[in-house]
Structures are given as C-alpha cells and as structure tokens.
Design a protein around this ligand. Structure first.
Ligand SMILES: *Cc1c(COP(=O)(O)O)cnc(C)c1O
Length: 218
C-alpha cells in the first residue's frame, strides 16, 4: 500500500504524513523500515512516548487540537504543528520554542468543513492575528502554511469545494502577509477518504492513517 500511495502522490509531488495515532510502535516500525520518516499524531500523550521509543530521525507532526498546557512536552522535538488554531496557542508555542532554543514550524488550521465540531481559524480571525504587532515580534515560530479538514461526506463536489476554499485562503494570505522568501508554502489537506481530490486541488501534504494501517479500533 505504501509504495502504491507514494507512486500516486509523486505525480503531484505531495508529501505523505503517515498518521500513526492509536497504532503501537510494533505496528509503525514496518513503515519506518520501508523508508517512511514523517509520522502524524493527534494527541500529546501518545506522541511523547512514541518519540521516546522510536528512532530519532522520525519527523513527528502534531495534527490534532493542541492544548496550550501541553505545548511544553512536544516543544523540544516536534517537527511541524499542523493545528495552530488560536493566537494564544501560537504565543505559547513561541514561548516554549524559545525556552528550547529552537524555532518551531507551524501551520494555521482553518475551518473549511460544514460540521461545527472542527477546530480552526476563520479568515477574519487569522487576518487580525497576522496584522497584530505582537505577531511579527514572535521570533521562534515559523508559519509554513495552512491545514484543513473537509467535511466527512461522500459528496465529492462539496469536499472539492472545501479544498478549493483552503487553497484560496493560502494564496490570499501568502500574497498579503508573507514574502516570497518566507517559508509559507504548505497546504496540508487530504486524508484516507479524500486524498486524491486534495492532491488534485494542490495539497502539498496529505495525512493518511487508515489506508496505511487499516481501520482504527478505539
Ligand atoms: C486521524 C486523522 C487523519 C487521518 O485519518 P484517516 O482517515 O485514518 O486517514 C488526518 N488528519 C487528522 C487531523 C486526523 O486526526
């Protein structure tokens, strides 16, 4: 499955983040041995023990909602936080990154789905943050792009429309708030059920779990 997926994604040069949440180290290692290095987790409690137990050249992505009081635990090692959904959270990431003498790459999560259970910015709130003087003074976070989750539905027209919305948000923000030299280049969208549509719509990273590991049992 991994090779097939990588072949499909190579057409659009989309990066694969293997979502390993709920999977054991034993389940994850075979993918590592096949060369996969980017893994995504949605809970800090699960990410930290896996980081400790697994090879140190893994790039760990935090893809789920992050509470400010948990940032400290992942700040020393996290590769990319996909789920920045408030100014308050970003400030805390900046603070903890500084404490660890590093800068942390982040994506701004946008709410693009019709469901109201999903976290994320709306465009207006994000702009207010990007225009705030204390935003430009944050030296330890590096905003690398945007992330979003489409509605969980079989309606492909709707899913495609939501991905297009995220792509438009990305281009608007890049034009208005970032310089070409900035690393604002990533659009993290697409999961097992909709990654093909996401890749067609310009995703640079897909986050895929069940397609690689089988259905999740909670
Ligand atoms: C679980 C999860 C995924 C992967 O879901 P699958 O349907 O198993 O591919 C992607 N993104 C986020 C934010 C997730 O929580």
């Amino acid at each position: 499955m991994l090779n097939q997926l990588l072949e499909t994604l190579s057409i659009t040069k989309t990066k694969l983040i293997a979502v390993s949440k709920t999977r054991t180290v034993e389940q994850i290692m075979p993918l590592y041995e096949k060369g996969q290095r980017d893994f995504g987790e949605n809970r800090v409690q699960e990410l930290v023990p896996k980081f400790e137990a697994m090879p140190k050249d893994i790039r760990w992505h935090l893809i789920g909602h992050l509470q400010t009081n948990k940032v400290k635990q992942i700040a020393p090692f996290v590769h990319l936080i996909h789920s920045i959904d408030s100014f308050k959270l970003l400030k805390e990431v900046n603070k903890q990154a500084k404490n660890n003498n590093r800068s942390i790459d982040c994506l701004l999560q946008f709410k693009i789905a019709a469901e109201d259970t999903k976290y994320g910015f709306d465009l207006e709130t994000a702009k207010i943050m990007l225009e705030d003087p204390s935003f430009s003074s944050m030296e330890y976070v590096n905003i690398c792009g945007v992330m979003g989750m489409a509605t969980f539905t079989d309606n492909q027209v709707q899913v495609r429309r939501e991905f297009k919305t995220l792509k438009t948000i990305f281009h608007d923000l890049r034009a208005d708030y970032f310089l070409p030299k900035d690393e604002f280049a990533e659009i993290s969208m697409g999961m097992s059920g909709d990654y093909m549509i996401a890749a067609e719509e310009g995703s640079t990273m897909v986050r895929i779990g069940s397609l690689l590991f089988g259905p999740r049992v909670y």
